[in-house]
Design a protein around this ligand. Structure first.
Ligand SMILES: [Zn+2]
Ligand SMILES: [Zn+2]
Length: 353
């Protein structure tokens, strides 16, 4: 009688932890919880809050046995809501969206004050976009740091790079990897997918582990490519600082950061590029391979050869979906082009000559 195993509300059979169906009557163990979640999810959907509805449906899905009719039905609903979220601009589903447009007033002062500085003024003006981007996403960036696991693994990584390359480079590189990971986190939040906080792997990079799985290849592609998009912003930011200050460590951060992001675009396995490529139709895969080849001809970045081989293999594989995902295609090719050119950055002392 000391057993704490819960009993089935329908037939009284004791149910072992982790079971979704009652072994006695076949009823759903979490029926009450499911009803509650479904009700809240419908309300959120009706109130035009697709992201909240998505989060709730995904939670409900965890209580349903895979292969059941209900599991399939809710899966379809999630895919449908996910497409709706995808069609809205990213900021529309953000909780702090108004911050993005609040910067129109001080722009004149900025421009006027720097007009005499010519090229430098333009540089700062461009830099401001990167800064605004980082500031509007700042809340999320700081939120990530409050997780103990992220913070300690980050410090550990910092130590490894510090010993090898000095503290300025170490700090910059760890921050750019962190920004890349938070790009994934932002996209996961947008689609209401549960995930862990970023964990740094010293010497290698960092990962965000998913607790739930993306419902569609399109969703997976958005989450996968969001990392390199934010990573590109970080590399451009570091490059602009390098141009403005002339400090070689910033140029090194921009160059190595660009290289790491380009590596992540390898259309292979669970790398970001692999997740982006899975949403591409065959024609798009050939086109992406063409863009990679052109980027190689223009920049001679050796890493692009690896990307090209993997892209060709994916173009020839049988698993390409029939319908094309334009957003994923353009995100992918523009990332390849921008990151290839950033990897041309000359780093004083690193290039040798
Ligand atoms: Zn039962
Ligand atoms: Zn990534």
């Amino acid at each position: 009688m000391a057993s704490k195993a819960p009993a089935c509300p329908q037939c009284g059979t004791q149910i072992a932890a982790g079971l979704l169906c009652c072994p006695g009557c076949g009823g759903l163990v979490h029926a009450d919880e499911l009803k509650r979640l479904a009700k809240s999810a419908r309300l959120a959907g009706d109130a035009q809050r697709p992201r909240e509805a998505l989060t709730l449906w995904r939670e409900a899905l965890e209580f349903l046995p895979p292969g059941s009719r209900q599991h399939a039905q809710i899966g379809e609903r999630i895919a449908e809501l996910s497409d709706r979220v995808d069609q809205q601009p990213a900021s529309a589903t953000d909780t702090n969206a108004p911050a993005a447009s609040a910067s129109s007033a001080p722009r004149f002062g900025w421009k006027k004050g720097l007009a005499g500085a010519g090229a430098l003024g333009l540089l700062f003006w461009k830099f401001k976009f990167v800064l605004t981007f980082l500031l509007t996403k700042g809340k999320l960036l700081i939120l990530g740091l409050t997780k103990g696991s992220t913070f300690f693994s980050m410090i550990l990584s910092l130590g490894v790079y510090w010993t090898a390359f000095g503290w300025k480079f170490a700090l910059g590189l760890v921050i750019s990897i962190y920004i890349h990971e938070m790009g994934h986190v932002a996209a996961l939040r947008r689609f209401g997918i549960k995930a862990t906080a970023p964990m740094f792997i010293p010497g290698l990079g960092a990962i965000v582990r998913l607790k739930q799985y993306p419902a569609t290849p399109r969703e997976d592609a958005r989450v996968g490519l969001a990392g390199p998009i934010w990573g590109l912003a970080a590399a451009v930011g570091a490059y602009l600082v390098a141009l403005a200050t002339g400090w070689p460590s910033w140029a090194a951060i921009a160059r190595v950061g660009a290289w790491i992001n380009l590596f992540n675009l390898l259309p292979f396995w669970q790398l970001d590029g692999g997740r982006g490529f899975r949403a591409l139709a065959r024609k798009q895969r050939w086109a992406a391979a063409g863009v990679i080849a052109i980027a190689f001809i223009l920049t001679s970045e050796g890493l692009l050869i690896l990307l090209l081989i993997a892209a060709l293999a994916k173009a020839l594989s049988k698993s390409a979906p029939a319908d094309s995902d334009r957003t994923a295609f353009w995100q992918y090719v523009l990332l390849v082009i921008a990151l290839s050119f950033l990897s041309l950055i000359e780093v004083p002392g690193l290039a040798g000559a």
